[in-house]
Design a protein around this ligand. Structure first.
Ligand code: FAD
Length: 410
């Protein structure tokens, strides 16, 4: 028994949900089916490691739109099930329950799953990952004042969880195998700033040392590091990266690199199949190369580009990436890609907990990190997008009004 969707969206996360509503907002009248593995309407993940873990945000507040909005827009939702495989010849998708559905256009918005630890003991019930509502509901049952929390991985998710742990009165250790935290995404100066911040708030932060083993029969009672240090644990959180969900695309013969390979219009080599969000390795016109990004603004933008393509009014994907992270009372906002920078200029006092860092290449601002400086961040976004050439001394001088740079683009 096969039915046909004009647009079948696989994955009801940030990208998939936005695409469904975006299509309707732009006037699409065909049949839209949104299939999602998780038993929820599309929800925001950023609060999972922030206000939802801390208990400040309710479950309902995570939902991007209530079910009634999907109903009103005639978006057919199938939550709690998924697509197992795609047959490109017959243009059908097979669902987990064995039923099939034909598609006109298929959009893969499958996100990713946490990279898992492979050590013996890693499947004990006090070892946690931070990706879904279900993960956090399970973690919250154990997340109590006085508990000893060991976080493996000093990336955003690990550091945000550490900050919530401290706030809730847990005893927090963070273990990062690389020599510094946030190493993949920021300059040594900013890593050093965040290391000072976490230590000053009470985190026992260990860098440059990996995890060697877990001790304990039913639970992980201690984490043993490569240098022999033994850290007693009640709870372990692993935040060691994401694996994009590319398997169904790969089995269907689509090209995979770091993600599902798509062009400037988020389209795979099969013109009827698109991929967006965390699972997609996408061409970006601003950079003139392809990349896979893990951020809400990227998911939103790619959903917009796909809706335009499906509606026959294609626009290229050319957004400059940006991101944010909340730790303690610090709001970090980042724009651009800092790889390959030649100079970093700090504006403001890096010890004051309100400053910006600008990354320059050939005198041009290619990226910026702003800590508790939202207005400067808005200007930084424009400087990066317009590839503005700056004078480093002016940029560092707080007496110099940054905005004036916007009137004289390079
Ligand atoms: P997802 O939101 O992961 O959605 C994919 C969905 O597809 C999932 O629900 C999955 O179950 C489903 N699925 C997978 N396979 C199938 C299948 N075969 N059939 C049906 N359904 C399937 N970004 C920021 O910009 N700022 C932040 O501060 C920030 N904080 C974050 C904090 C946490 C804890 C996490 C986990 C992420 C954070 N992110 C942040 C990243 C951001 O949430 C993701 O980039 C974004 O959710 C990507 O959207 P997506 O739709 O591609 O994937």
């Amino acid at each position: 028994n096969t039915t046909k969707a004009d647009v079948l969206i696989v994955g009801a996360g940030q990208a998939g949900g936005d695409l469904a509503s975006g299509l309707r907002q732009q006037g699409y009248t065909g049949r839209i089916v949104l299939v999602g593995e998780e038993p929820y309407v599309p929800y925001r993940r950023p609060p999972l490691s922030k206000t939802f873990l801390s208990g400040e945000a309710t479950l309902e507040s995570l939902f991007i739109k209530p079910q009634s909005v999907f109903d009103k827009h005639n978006i057919e939702c199938m939550f709690g099930t998924g697509v197992e495989s795609i047959d490109r010849e017959t243009r059908t998708a097979r669902l987990y329950d064995g039923t099939t559905m034909e598609y006109g256009k298929l959009v893969l918005a499958t996100g990713g799953r946490p990279r898992r630890l492979s050590l013996p003991g890693a499947d004990h019930p006090n070892v946690h990952y931070v990706r879904t509502i279900a993960d956090i509901l399970k973690l919250k049952e154990q997340f109590e004042a006085g508990k000893r929390l060991v976080i493996i991985g000093g990336g955003y998710i690990g550091l945000e969880a550490a900050s919530v742990g401290i706030k809730k009165g847990l005893k927090v250790t963070v273990v990062e195998a690389l020599p510094r935290v946030l190493a993949r995404v920021t300059a040594p100066e900013i890593s050093a700033f965040y290391e000072r911040v976490h230590r000053s708030r009470g985190v026992d932060l260990k860098t440059g040392v990996g995890v060697h083993a877990f001790e304990g029969d039913a639970l992980v009672d201690a984490v043993v590091l490569a240098d022999g240090t033994r850290i007693e644990s009640d709870i372990v959180i692993a935040g060691i990266g994401l694996i994009p969900n590319t398997e169904i695309a790969e089995a269907a013969g689509l090209t995979i690199s770091n993600g599902i390979v798509v062009n400037l219009h988020t389209q795979t080599a099969d013109p009827d199949i698109y991929a967006i969000g965390d699972c997609a390795q996408s061409e970006n016109a601003f950079f003139g190369r392809s990349m896979r990004l893990e951020s809400v603004p990227n998911a939103i933008e790619q959903a917009r580009v796909t809706a335009a393509a499906i509606l026959g009014k294609p626009v290229p994907y050319s957004a400059v990436p940006w991101f944010w992270s909340d730790q303690y009372d610090l709001k970090l906002q980042m724009v651009g890609l800092s790889q390959g920078y030649e100079q970093i200029i700090i504006r403001g006092d890096i010890n004051s907990e309100a400053f910006s860092a600008f990354y320059l290449k050939d005198g041009v601002v290619i990226s910026a990190d702003a800590v508790n400086r939202p207005q400067e961040f808005m200007i930084a976004k424009k400087l990066v997008a317009d590839r503005v050439k700056v004078d480093a001394a002016q940029l560092a001088d707080e007496g110099f009004v940054l905005k004036t740079l916007l009137q004289t683009p390079a």
